[in-house]
Design a protein around this ligand. Structure first.
Ligand SMILES: Cc1cc2nc3c(=O)[nH]c(=O)nc-3n(C[C@H](O)[C@H](O)[C@H](O)COP(=O)(O)OP(=O)(O)OC[C@H]3O[C@@H](n4cnc5c(N)ncnc54)[C@H](O)[C@@H]3O)c2cc1C
Length: 380
């Protein structure tokens, strides 16, 4: 067992940390207030290859795997979880094409997104449900060499950016769910205004309206009726990004708590003299350490996944654990700040709002526990 980082891992981690510190951190408050990530940031991340870290070079990626993706995402999300969310949802959508796409599909749809020239999406959730695929109401009707897709998708990350979107729809003929690669902004594709959400500002969440969208049959992903299997497997890889994003937030909360505790004076001494503060700082450090190694391990497992059910279990338990921890970690960091922690002048206020979001993304907490228990109890 080796816990040290390879040269390549260190390089990617350093490049992401430097970019985050120089370009994202100074405008992170602005991103939060305006709920928008400037285009130059997307371009900069693309130039650093951060939009295609885990994917093969032959499709435009960096070929560095998910372990490196976790290291980079941790650094980016520590500066702004909104930017992290864009990267995470993008990698989820692209990951589905990477895992299940044909050679032609990968060559056609991965290049530009891997370079950050386009941003990918993944559209499962609908107004009726995000947890239950049986309730999917979006339909796909086969007409000759095309499918005609109709429906509404809810809370879709990155839906306004040009690029591929993986859409899950029920085939009218069979009633089975299939997955399709759709090009955003094709005829019949439209979006809502961005949802005004509590945290992770800058990471855009929109509804997608699909009205008689004509998709070539060759854009079917996997095979007919494979939608549910694709969803389950792809979303497990998506949880690598959500976990790393939450880890970044946890790391940022730790930094802010320690910084404030060392600076804030009472009777001429820093508040670190109080045992309650020292205990809170230690507890934050303990929890962040656990989150870090679980997230790094999940990155490693994603690069070596053999059994989809086991990987689904590991992804679910990691995502659920870290996203629950970060709510407590950021609350402890707010407490260290006293009332200042509730003020927008202090970063912990944003970190706490961002932290709450994680538990719902890519499957709510209860659903993660269902997956974990199901696999451990032998229901594959
Ligand atoms: C920041 C953010 C980004 C997102 N990005 C995307 C995206 O890019 N693409 C996308 O498709 N979706 C996205 N979503 C949507 C998200 O994945 C869903 O909202 C989530 O899966 C939950 O679905 P729901 O909100 O419809 O809740 P529901 O499925 O309606 O669940 C409501 C409640 O019922 C409980 N529940 C439901 N079914 C069960 C069950 N079988 N067992 C136990 N409890 C159950 C849940 O625990 C929950 O508490 C995003 C959400 C957020 C917050």
């Amino acid at each position: 067992m080796d816990f040290s980082l390879s040269k390549e891992e260190q390089l990617i981690q350093k490049a992401a940390a430097e970019y985050a510190e120089k370009f994202i951190e100074p405008i992170a408050k602005q991103i939060d207030e305006e709920n928008r990530v400037p285009d130059e940031i997307i371009k900069g991340l693309g130039e650093l290859d951060l939009f295609g870290i885990p994917f093969a070079e032959e499709y435009g990626g960096a070929g560095a795997g998910y372990a490196c993706y976790v290291l980079a995402m941790e650094q980016i999300a520590a500066a702004s979880s909104g930017v992290g969310m864009i990267l995470s949802a993008h990698t989820l959508g692209l990951g589905a094409i990477d895992k299940f796409g044909t050679e032609e599909q990968k060559k056609k749809y991965m290049f530009k997104p891997c370079r950050g020239e386009e941003v990918a999406s993944f559209a499962f959730t609908e107004p009726a449900t995000g947890s239950d695929p049986k309730q999917i109401a979006t339909t796909a009707r086969r007409e000759g060499d095309y499918y005609i897709i109709n429906g509404t998708k809810r809370f879709i990350s990155n839906a306004g950016y040009p690029g591929p979107i993986v859409v899950f729809a029920k085939e009218e003929e069979t009633g089975k769910v299939s997955a399709f690669i759709v090009e955003k902004w094709c005829e019949g594709y439209s979006i809502s205004e961005p949802w005004e959400k509590l945290g992770m500002h800058g990471g855009p969440l929109l509804d997608v309206y699909l009205k008689d969208v004509k998709v070539p049959a060759e854009n079917l992903l996997g095979g007919p009726g494979m939608g549910y299997a694709i969803l389950q497997y792809a979303i497990s890889f998506g949880k690598v990004g959500v976990s790393a994003c939450a880890l970044g937030g946890a790391e940022a909360a730790l930094r802010e708590a320690f910084k404030y505790a060392k600076e804030k004076m009472h009777r001429g001494e820093p508040i670190t003299k109080f045992q309650g503060i020292r205990l809170a700082l230690a507890e934050i450090a303990e929890r962040v350490e656990a989150c870090r190694w679980m997230a790094y391990r999940l990155g490693y497992l994603a690069d070596h996944a053999k059994d989809p059910a086991q990987f689904a279990k590991d992804a679910a338990l990691t995502k659920d654990f870290i996203c629950a921890q970060i709510v407590d970690i950021s609350r402890l960091a707010v407490n260290v700040h006293g009332s200042y922690g509730l003020m927008k002048d202090y970063k912990v206020e944003r970190l706490w709002r961002d932290a709450i979001m994680g538990l719902q993304i890519e499957g709510v907490s209860d659903m993660q526990k269902e997956i974990v228990a199901g696999v451990l109890l032998g229901r594959k």
